[in-house]
Write a protein that binds this ligand. Structure first.
Ligand code: CAA
Length: 291
């Protein structure tokens, strides 16, 4: 099936990054959110991020103008119905995602492929509550979407091969690389990445190191582009905790128990960059470790 029109639900960090890369690759994008403010902010973010690519000579000014013109926004989820492909990139809560798929259901074209950018929720379970489990897949982009090369393609138990092939082709047209993952808690990237971040928080909790020494150790000692605590702030500590809970509950193994210090930061509302405080305090000119 040829994909040309793409509907994106959610205009946050992931949704606007996804809109950015699809528009640059020549797809017509319709972005939906429940808040007009979020849509306005998302368009400004996309404009700013494509402009960075223009400044660095990676994208021409003409390609930027064409891409911006390909993105439309709507507050009405029903408007997404006729799209060839829909990517849900809303809050990482199963009840929210279910409600979105339910609201979309009466408006969907027969062939529309439904996907979720969930980082850990069961694709099989989300798919089972729709009218098209065979045309439903996990379509997991990494943050920041315009920079990260990987897209995880997650097959639910009922996903058909034609749907997988279509999404694989889309990833190639985006200039990215697909990794195929089976539908088990947190798939591949987060199954490996989150326990590492959680272990870094335990290392802090037990006083083995402080924020600076832990991050420096992994940057300089393991060549990671960001330290694990800096990365946790970048992803969002609430998201990290939610994924650890999915691993802990889904695999029923105590090795995935979330660190109590991670829970405490989330309870404090210190969620990382998005709230200006997490393992670092971002309110000044340079980030300052909070421990
Ligand atoms: N849009 C467009 N371009 C962007 C961008 C954005 N949002 N953010 C950064 N860039 C570009 C910059 O313009 C720059 O371009 P050049 O290479 O042409 O110079 C390049 O990316 C690098 O950016 P910076 O120089 O500003 O900063 P940096 O070198 O420190 O790199 C980083 C920033 C790419 C974020 C790097 O630190 C990194 O790779 N960090 C790790 C990110 C990571 O692990 N992401 C995965 C998170 S897990 C996940 O997403 C899954 C999940 O479900 C939770």
């Amino acid at each position: 099936m040829a994909i040309q029109t793409v509907g994106i639900v959610g205009a946050g960090q992931m949704g606007n990054g996804i809109a950015h890369v699809f528009a640059l690759a020549g797809y017509d994008v319709l972005m939906n959110d429940i808040s007009e403010d979020s849509l306005t902010r998302a368009m400004a973010t996309i404009d700013r991020n494509i402009e960075r690519q223009v400044t660095r000579g990676k994208v021409t000014a003409e390609a930027k103008a064409e891409a911006m013109a390909r993105i439309r926004t709507t507050l009405k989820i029903a408007d997404l119905g006729p799209c060839d492909l829909i990517i849900e990139a809303a809050t990482e809560k199963e009840s929210v995602k279910d409600a979105i798929f339910k609201a979309l259901a009466p408006h969907l074209a027969a062939n529309t492929i439904l996907t979720s950018n969930t980082s850990s929720i069961s694709i099989t379970r989300l798919a089972s509550r729709t009218d098209r489990p065979e045309r439903f897949m996990g379509f997991h982009f990494m943050n920041p979407v315009p920079v990260m090369q990987l897209v995880e393609l997650i097959r639910g138990i009922a996903t058909d091969q034609a749907t997988w092939d279509t999404l694989h082709e889309v990833v190639t047209r985006l200039g990215k690389t697909a990794a195929s993952a089976e539908d088990f808690p947190a798939f591949i990237v987060n199954r490996i990445l989150m326990p590492m971040i959680n272990e870094a928080v335990y290392t802090l909790y037990e006083g083995v190191g402080n924020v600076k020494s832990i991050d420096e150790s992994m940057k300089l000692g393991a060549n990671h582009p960001m330290g694990p605590l800096e990365l946790a702030d970048f992803i969002g500590l609430d998201t990290c905790l939610a994924i650890m809970n999915v691993l802990h509950e889904g695999l029923a193994d105590t090795k995935y128990r979330p660190c109590p210090l991670l829970t405490k930061y989330v309870e404090a509302g210190w969620l990382g960059r998005k709230t200006q405080r997490g393992f670092y305090d971002y309110r000044g000119d340079a980030p300052v470790p909070t421990r």
